[in-house]
Write a protein that binds this ligand. Structure first.
Ligand code: CA
Ligand code: CA
Length: 460
């Protein structure tokens, strides 16, 4: 038994012994800088301090000289000794372009390395380089205590010219190679090797107007460290949009190409062509149902109003717009473009909504206009204004200057008093009606020496 514990202890000690040299990984909160304003620059942002000793080894810079002349640079604390892996081509200023490395690329002394003076470019006007690729790695080498170390910096330069610095790592063993994306967890990183894109169930068409197709990406190998993808769609003869989750929505007939791109910096992507049809179908209006708001079919005050509503079928009618009109019956009225009916003479009127799509479909409702429903005179507009109608939170009351209002009451359409104020201050300007639910109400105002005056209003 004692021997067993001793073996366990020895094994534990052996396992815990740090290996010589290790990848030192730093995941910073992503730092983004966009080329804006124009012209302008952002100097020395995103300091990279590989060994966390308070001294940065690298940082980044924008230059923007206007007229779309822009550069983004990798700069270094020691530009004559710190190197960046480059593509070996030179920009007009004599600096090299930074090589966009994919995940697991081995970074060592081989390859093309350049001093960081003049500063190598992740991108400029002449060579997009990193632009639009998604995540890519910059290979770097630098000196610590006279020794050379290799490392990587993960960046993204998007098509909107936003440069984002995400994380970095180096190997603390001098001259030791490091793989792009190695975070030092001992497992290395499993890069995405392939992506297969298709529509759900193998579908490659959208045949309904404004229809959708859920796109699917099969990412291999199954143990990829970061199996997530970014969806995009490019319009061919047709057009569509795609959500972050890969839901494709048809816009116009033809073909579109859907792409899923790995987010792990492996550079792997796949496309699928989707064919869209039936986006130009026309659905004529088949029926229109007309009624007053909340089913109200009467105006109970002369010159009162009623908001009319039209329900147009089918719900996917291509042009669901309508035109309002009113024809006099025994009464008369006017109607606004928005369907607000004003009863101008007692009796009935017929309100009509006619489809604008040429289908010839219309719907109508008969509205009864009455006056003085409670045996008192209506509001004389020359003496008493109540507005706005419809009312929202406040109902304003403006009487003739010598009018003395004694009481105010509001009744719902079924006759219940929902508001009463008997001690009306002389400076009253408005009533708070925000507590009322939407619908029609009767306002009754009793002023000195006058019969009660009523008006109907709509609360929105
Ligand atoms: Ca440092
Ligand atoms: Ca990060």
């Amino acid at each position: 038994m004692r021997l067993y514990f001793t073996l366990i202890l020895m094994l534990a000690l052996f396992t815990a012994t740090p290996s010589q040299g290790a990848v030192v990984y730093t995941d910073i909160a992503d730092i983004s800088s966009t080329l804006n304003p124009n012209p302008g620059w952002d100097d020395g942002f995103a300091p990279i301090d590989f060994n966390n000793d308070g001294t940065e080894e690298f940082n980044f810079r924008w230059d923007d000289f206007g007229g779309n002349t822009w550069f983004t640079h990798v700069t270094a604390a020691d530009p004559l000794n710190y190197l960046v892996q480059t593509t070996g081509t030179y920009n007009f200023a004599g600096g090299a372009y930074v090589e966009p490395l994919t995940m697991n690329t081995v970074i060592d002394a081989t390859g093309s390395w350049e001093f960081t003076f003049p500063e190598p470019l992740p991108g400029d006007l002449d060579d997009n380089n990193f632009q639009g690729l998604g995540d890519r790695y910059i290979g770097v080498q630098f000196q610590l205590n006279g020794n050379t170390h290799f490392g990587w910096i993960l960046i993204e330069l998007d098509n909107n010219l936003t440069l984002t610095i995400k994380s970095y790592a180096y190997d603390d063993t001098p001259n030791a190679a490091i793989q792009a994306g190695d975070v030092g967890n001992g497992n290395g990183n499993v890069a995405v090797a392939s992506i297969a894109v298709q529509g759900q169930g193998g579908a490659s068409t959208i045949t309904t107007q404004g229809g959708t197709l859920q796109m699917e990406a099969t990412v291999l190998p199954g143990n990829a460290t970061d199996p997530t993808v970014t969806w995009s769609v490019s319009n061919g003869t047709g057009a569509a949009t795609i959500s972050n989750n890969g839901l494709l929505t048809a816009t116009s007939n033809g073909t579109v190409t859907v792409t899923a791109t790995a987010n792990d910096g492996s550079g792997v992507s796949d496309d699928a062509v989707i064919t869209i049809s039936n986006q130009d179908l026309v659905f004529p209006v088949s029926a229109i149902n007309v009624q007053g708001l909340n089913g109200v079919s009467s105006i109970t005050t002369l010159n009162g109003t009623l908001q009319m509503e039209a329900t147009v079928l089918p719900v996917n009618a291509t042009d669901p717009s309508i035109t309002w009109s009113v024809s006099d019956g025994t009464g008369s009225g006017t109607i606004s473009n928005g369907g607000l009916l004003n009863g101008t003479a007692v009796g009935t009127v017929t309100v009509t909504a006619t489809a604008n799509d040429g289908s010839g479909v219309s719907g109508e409702a008969v509205i009864t206009i009455s006056n003085d429903p409670t045996g008192v005179s209506y509001i004389n507009k020359a003496e008493l204004l109540v507005y706005p109608n419809p009312a929202y939170n406040q109902l304003f009351i403006q009487g003739r200057s010598d009018m003395e209002i004694n009481s105010i009451a509001i009744y719902s359409m079924d006759g219940k008093a929902v508001y009463q104020q008997s001690d009306v201050p002389s400076n009253l300007e408005s009533i708070d009606v925000s507590f009322l639910s939407s619908g029609h109400y009767m306002l009754r105002i009793q002023s000195a020496g006058q019969p009660a005056q009523n008006t109907q209003f709509l609360k929105n």
